[in-house]
Design a protein around this ligand. Structure first.
Ligand code: NAD
Length: 290
C-alpha cells in the first residue's frame, strides 16, 4: 500500500518504520522529528497525503489533529482512508471524521495502547472507531504495527474505549499506590503485600503487571527509578480527556475526577513531570493524612 504518515515522534516513528520494513511504500512528514529508516520525506503534510491509499496521523492533541486534517483532507484521493492513531478528545475525532466523509474519504479513530515499547516491537493494541470498510482496509496495517485491533463502533468509539480504559488505569494505579503506602505504615512487607493482593480480589494490571513498588513483582519502571514507561503527564492528559468527555455527556465519574485532580497536583507542583505514572507510590509514601 501507499501510506502517508504524519507525526513521526516517539510513537509514530517506530510505527512508520515497521510499515516500511514490511514492504509498504511510506512517505512521512513531521515538523521536527527525523524520518525513520525506510520512510521517504515529504516537504509538507499535504504532499505526504497526496495519492495515498491510507494516511496515518500520530499527533500530540485534538487541536493539532484538526489543523493537520484540514490540510490533509483536500490533498487526499477520494476513497482513501484517514486513520488517526493519536489520543485526542472525542469531539475533535468526530469533527475530523465528518470533514473526511464530506470529502468522500473514510476516517478511522484508532488510538493505541502499548507505549513506545509496543510501537517499536509491533505489539500495540488498536481501539478503532469508523466504518467496516475503513477498518477492513487498514486492518493489514494494524496487524503489522500491533498484535490486536478491536473495531469498537462508529466514529469516536475508539477514543471512547481508550479514555475509559485509561481512566480505570489511573484510578487503579492510585488505589494500588495508596494501599502500598498504608501497608508500609502498618508494618506489612511489600513482598507479602504483592504476594497476597496479586492473587486475591485486589489484583489488577497495575499491581500484577506494572507493580509500582521497586524490587517487587515483575520488572517495571519502579525498578528503574520511575523512568517512564508511561509518563505521569500522559496519564494526566488521558484523565483530562476522560473528564472532558464525562462532562460532555453528563456522566458521573467521581473516581476519574479525583484521579485527574491527583495527577494534576503530581505533575504540576509535586515533581511528577517526567516520572512514570507509577511514581505515585513515593508520593503517597512521604505523606500523612493532613
Ligand atoms: P511525540 O511528541 O513524541 O510525537 C508527536 C510528533 O508530532 C512530534 O514529532 C511532532 O513534531 C509532530 N507534530 C506536531 N505537530 C505537527 C504538525 N502540525 N505536523 C506534523 N507533525 C507534527 O508524542 P508521542 O509520544 O509519539 O505521542 C503521539 C500520540 O500518541 C499522542 O496523542 C499520545 O497521547 C499518544 N500515545 C502515546 C503513548 C506513549 O507512550 N508515548 C502511548 C499511547 C498513546
Amino acid at each position: 500500500m501507499k501510506i502517508g504518515f504524519i507525526g513521526l515522534g516517539n510513537m509514530g516513528g517506530p510505527m512508520a518504520a515497521n510499515l516500511a520494513a514490511a514492504g509498504h511504500e511510506v512517505t512521512g512528514f513531521d515538523l521536527s522529528a527525523a524520518m525513520p529508516k525506510g520512510v521517504a520525506a515529504a516537504a509538507t503534510g499535504a504532499e505526504a497525503a497526496t495519492g495515498k491509499d491510507v494516511v496515518i496521523t500520530m499527533l500530540p492533541n485534538g487541536a493539532i489533529l484538526r489543523s493537520v486534517a484540514a490540510e490533509l483532507i483536500p490533498a487526499m484521493t477520494a476513497g482513501a482512508v484517514l486513520c488517526d492513531c493519536s489520543t485526542v478528545d472525542v469531539e475533535s475525532t468526530r469533527a475530523v471524521a465528518e470533514q473526511a466523509a464530506a470529502a468522500g474519504l473514510d476516517a478511522l479513530d484508532a488510538p493505541v495502547s502499548g507505549g513506545v515499547g509496543g510501537a517499536t516491537e509491533g505489539t500495540l493494541t488498536f481501539m478503532v472507531g469508523g466504518s467496516d470498510a475503513g477498518f477492513a482496509t487498514v486492518k493489514p496495517l494494524f496487524d503489522i504495527m500491533g498484535q490486536k485491533a478491536v473495531h469498537c463502533g462508529d466514529a469516536g468509539a475508539g477514543q471512547s474505549a481508550k479514555i475509559c480504559n485509561n481512566m480505570i488505569l489511573g484510578v487503579t494505579m492510585i488505589a494500588t499506590c495508596e494501599a502500598f503506602a498504608l501497608a508500609d505504615k502498618l508494618g506489612l512487607s511489600r513482598e507479602k503485600m504483592f504476594d497476597v493482593v496479586s492473587t486475591s480480589s485486589g489484583y489488577s494490571w497495575s499491581m500484577n503487571a506494572y507493580c509500582p513498588a521497586p524490587g517487587v513483582g515483575p520488572k517495571t519502571p519502579a525498578d528503574n527509578d520511575y523512568t517512564p514507561g508511561f509518563a505521569a503527564e500522559l496519564m494526566l492528559k488521558d484523565l483530562r480527556l476522560s473528564q472532558q468527555a464525562a462532562e460532555a455527556v453528563d456522566a458521573d465519574t467521581p473516581m476519574g475526577q479525583t484521579a485527574a485532580a491527583l495527577y494534576t497536583d503530581f505533575v504540576e507542583s509535586e515533581g511528577g513531570k517526567g516520572k512514570d505514572f507509577s511514581a505515585m507510590l513515593p508520593r503517597f509514601e512521604k505523606r500523612g493524612r493532613g
